[in-house]
Design a protein around this ligand. Structure first.
Ligand SMILES: NC(=O)c1ccc[n+]([C@@H]2O[C@H](COP(=O)([O-])OP(=O)(O)OC[C@H]3O[C@@H](n4cnc5c(N)ncnc54)[C@H](OP(=O)(O)O)[C@@H]3O)[C@@H](O)[C@H]2O)c1
Length: 361
C-alpha cells in the first residue's frame, strides 16, 4: 500500500481539531503526524493539552497521545513536517487569513474550517457533492500566492448543509425563493451542556452572523468559475432565521421553496434518492453511499435519531408536502461537526488528493 500523506492539524486541541484527530484515526490515506495550537498548549503532549477538555465520545486515539503540540505561529518549521494541514483555530479573521496564507506560501495545502477566506475570490469553498469543479480556481490562487503546490480551500458554514444539498438536487427546476429556519446544536458554538448550562431547557433566538452566512454562502456554492475567481449565483432569493436549540449535535432546518418550473412531489423524492456527486463516483473513503436520504415517516428526520446517518456524512430530509403560500415545504437535517465541519473538510482533502492537488512533498 502507498505511504499515507502526512497531515498536520493547526488548532488540533479545539473542538473541531479533536474531531479531526478522531476522524483521521485509521484513515486509509492520511496520518496525523503533527499538531499545532496556541502558545499555551505548545510543548505539552497532546494528551496533556486536552486534559479536562476532550469533548469526543471515546478516548484519545493512541497514535496522537504523545505527539508534542507545537506553536502554530512557527509556520516554516511546522509546515516542513507535513504534506498538508487542516486548520480550525479561534483567532481574529485577519489573523486567520494571514496564518493560512503563510502556510500556503510554504507550498502546503491548507484545508480550512475557518470562515476567514470564504469570500476570497480565488479560494474555493466546497461541498464535494455539489461544486467539486470550483477547485479549478486553485490555479489562479497559486499564481497570486507565488506557490506551485500550496493553496487554501475552505468548507462552508455548518448551517447550510441542512438545506442546500436538498435544494441542489432540484436546481434544474429553478428554485426562485427559499425560506429556511435552522435549529442549531450547541456544539456549533464549540460547547456542550457542561460549559453552557444556560442552554438546558432553553432556546436562544440569535446566533451572531449566522443568518447572513446562511443566506449568502449557498449562492457562492452555486456560483461559477470565471477568469480566475468564483462569481456567486444571483438566485434563488434566500431568507433565514437561525436559532440555537438544546441539542448536542445536529442542525435541523425547516424549508419553504417556490420554483420557476414546479416539479411533482414524486419527481422531487426521485431526485433526492438518485442524487450522486463526485465523491460517490470516485468512491472517496469518507463519502456517504447515499448522500440524501428521504424519510416517508411523518416524524422524521429527528435530530437525535438521524444525525449519524452514513457516519454523520449523509443528509436527511422528510415531511415534503405542498404549501399554501410557497410550492413546497420540507425538513432537512445534517450533522454539524461531521458533515458540517471536520468530516466535510476531510472529504474535501480526499477530493483534492484524488484530483492530484495534494501530493507527498
Ligand atoms: N464548532 C463547530 O462546530 C465549528 C463548525 C465550523 C467551523 N468552526 C470554526 O472552526 C474554528 C475552531 O472552532 P472550535 O469550535 O474548534 O474552537 P475551539 O474549541 O475554541 O478551539 C480553538 C483552537 O484554536 C487554537 N488557538 C487559539 N488561539 C490560537 C492562536 N493564537 N494561535 C494558534 N492557535 C490558536 C486553540 O489552541 P489552544 O488549545 O492552545 O488554546 C484551539 O486549538 C473556528 O474558526 C470556528 O468558527 C467551528
Amino acid at each position: 500500500m502507498a505511504e499515507k500523506l502526512k497531515a498536520g492539524i493547526v488548532g488540533g486541541t479545539g473542538m473541531v481539531g479533536q474531531r479531526f484527530v478522531q476522524l483521521l484515526d485509521q484513515h486509509p490515506w492520511f496520518e496525523v503526524t503533527a499538531i499545532a495550537a496556541s502558545k499555551n498548549s505548545a510543548g505539552k503532549t497532546y494528551e496533556e493539552s486536552v486534559q479536562g477538555r476532550w469533548k469526543m465520545a471515546g478516548s484519545i486515539p493512541e497514535q496522537v497521545r504523545n505527539i508534542v503540540v507545537q506553536d502554530a505561529s512557527q509556520v516554516e518549521e511546522f509546515a516542513s513536517q507535513v504534506d498538508f494541514i487542516f486548520c480550525a483555530v479561534d483567532m481574529s479573521k485577519d489573523q486567520i487569513k494571514a496564518l493560512e496564507e503563510a502556510y500556503a506560501k510554504t507550498g502546503t495545502p491548507v484545508i480550512s474550517n475557518n470562515s476567514a477566506h470564504r469570500w476570497t475570490p480565488d479560494v474555493p469553498m466546497v461541498i464535494p457533492e455539489i461544486n467539486p469543479d470550483h477547485i479549478g480556481v486553485i490555479e489562479a490562487q497559486r499564481k497570486r500566492l507565488g506557490t506551485k503546490t500550496g493553496f487554501i480551500a475552505v468548507k462552508p458554514n455548518c448551517s447550510i448543509q441542512s438545506y442546500v444539498p436538498a435544494l441542489h438536487a432540484l436546481l434544474d427546476f429553478k428554485p426562485e425563493k427559499v425560506v429556511a429556519s435552522t435549529y442549531q446544536a450547541i456544539s456549533g458554538a464549540g460547547k456542550n451542556f457542561t460549559d453552557w448550562p444556560e442552554m438546558l431547557d432553553n432556546v436562544i433566538p440569535y446566533i451572531g452572523g449566522e443568518e447572513e452566512k446562511s443566506e449568502q454562502e449557498p449562492l457562492r456554492i452555486w456560483g461559477s468559475l470565471q477568469n480566475g475567481e468564483i462569481v456567486k449565483a444571483s438566485s434563488p432569493l434566500i431568507t433565514t432565521q437561525c436559532i440555537r436549540v438544546p441539542v448536542t449535535d445536529g442542525h435541523l432546518a425547516t424549508v419553504f421553496v417556490s420554483f420557476e418550473n414546479k416539479p411533482s412531489k414524486e419527481e422531487i423524492i426521485e431526485r433526492w434518492r438518485q442524487y450522486k456527486g463526485r465523491p460517490q463516483e470516485l468512491g472517496l473513503p469518507s463519502a456517504p453511499q447515499q448522500f440524501i436520504t428521504y424519510f416517508e415517516e411523518e416524524n422524521r428526520p429527528q435530530t437525535k435519531l438521524d444525525r449519524d446517518i452514513e457516519r454523520g456524512m449523509g443528509v436527511s430530509v422528510g415531511r415534503l408536502r405542498e404549501d399554501s403560500i410557497y410550492d413546497y415545504k420540507f425538513v432537512g437535517l445534517s450533522h454539524n461537526t461531521l458533515r458540517g465541519a471536520a468530516g466535510g473538510a476531510v472529504l474535501i482533502a480526499e477530493l483534492l488528493k484524488a484530483e492530484g492537488y495534494i501530493q507527498p512533498k
